[in-house]
Design a protein around this ligand. Structure first.
Ligand code: NDP
Length: 333
């Protein structure tokens, strides 16, 4: 598999280039696109990538099988559509697009072209979350009554750019983190949120965008979901809890990029720490994507998963803005 990177981003530098090379060998990444020719060149040189280009067409005519899109969010749609038109498989960052309708268009276009399209939701690739899901599927918590997601973090200084002051680039904590929480809840419960209520605020980090949000979602089974996302919390630990009729899972420090955290299952017989595999989350995401391209299995999170996580985030944003309970509109997908 040969990859073209659309976006000379931090996430590609910190996680994904290594993952592509781990899965597909040293020569896996052949091209990188930046909007700036100088940056394309310097990024390519820094990361040992043969071609640094500033024109999307130049990347798409290259000898690549797939693209990884990690530009700012407003660019994902047009870049994905161009890549699909050029016959490239697409691994796209979340949120897939600025609107659910655009995300549906991307996913349908890839489907029609017979191309693999995936969303880079890393959390469902974590050994911790795979272990939680297995426990839920095995009935160890019984019927799920509620879920609490704690995902209030401190946005690191080197990422304090467009997320905090560019709503037109898809900034704000709802676009950034609620999508991950929605995907993780859907992954564990196997059902899609029906409607939501929400509030959002800015404690000063967000300028023109929210830097914190809290919401409550109803699920078809009757389970209630409570989530908290923030860019401003320096010392809060992240977590995911599932409470059921037979047990509770309290997982701490698991809403993160590393293979870390602790999962405790408590039932009538006492508390038990659940073991889990500590593989790299992003390597697994890329590995399953490459398998899907080779005709084996499906990506960890496909395009439909990306549409649905975006749809929940869009409903949370609308609920926070209007103060109303908002039905999640999945765009017909
Ligand atoms: P960055 O801000 O690092 O990158 C976004 C764009 O900003 C790049 O494409 C680049 O533009 C420009 N840029 C980045 N660094 C510089 C710089 N030093 N100087 C000038 N321009 C720069 O964003 P992230 O990597 O944090 O996020 C990118 C995408 O990935 C987003 O969609 C985000 O939601 C997603 N993401 C997903 C994560 C996950 O775990 N799934 C984690 C983090 C982000 P150009 O390409 O034109 O040079």
């Amino acid at each position: 598999m040969k990859w073209g990177l659309i976006g000379a981003s931090t996430i590609a530098a910190e996680r994904m280039i290594e993952a592509f090379r781990a899965v597909s060998g040293g020569g896996a990444v052949t091209h990188v696109l930046s909007s700036s020719p100088e940056r394309a060149e310097s990024y390519a040189a820094e990361h040992g990538i043969a071609h640094g280009v500033s024109d999307l067409e130049a990347l798409l005519v290259g000898d690549i099988d797939a693209v990884y899109i990690s530009t700012t969010n407003e660019k994902h749609f047009s870049q994905a559509m161009a890549a699909i038109a050029a016959g490239k498989h697409v691994l796209c960052e979340k949120p897939l697009a600025m609107t659910v309708a655009d995300a549906v268009t991307m996913v349908r276009a890839a489907e029609k072209a017979g191309l693999v399209f995936a969303t880079n939701h890393h959390l469902r690739n974590a050994g911790s979350h795979l272990a939680i899901r297995e426990a839920v599927r095995d009935g160890r918590v019984g019927d799920v009554l509620s879920v609490r997601v704690f995902h209030a973090v401190y946005l690191p200084p080197h990422l304090q750019g467009w997320r905090l002051d560019k709503p037109e680039a898809g900034g704000g904590v709802i676009a950034d983190i609620v999508v991950h929480d929605a995907d993780t809840v859907r992954f564990h419960l196997g059902e899609d949120p029906v409607d939501v209520v929400a509030m959002a605020s800015s404690a000063g980090m967000g300028k023109g965008v929210e830097d914190s949000a809290m919401s409550v979602w109803s699920m078809p089974s009757g389970a209630m979901v409570q989530t908290h996302e923030s860019f401003t919390h320096r010392f809060a630990r992240s977590g995911f809890q599932i409470h059921g009729t037979r047990g509770s899972i309290v997982a701490t420090d698991v809403m993160t990029q590393g293979a870390v955290g602790e999962i405790v299952l408590t039932t009538e017989t006492g508390a038990e720490v659940l073991p889990y595999d500590t593989h790299d989350l992003y390597w697994r995401s890329v590995g399953l994507f490459c398998d899907a391209v080779a005709g084996q299995g499906r990506p960890a999170a496909d395009g439909v998963d990306g549409v649905k996580s975006l749809a929940v985030a869009a409903a949370v944003a609308k609920a926070a803005e209007t103060g109303r309970r908002v039905a999640v509109d999945y765009g017909g997908i």
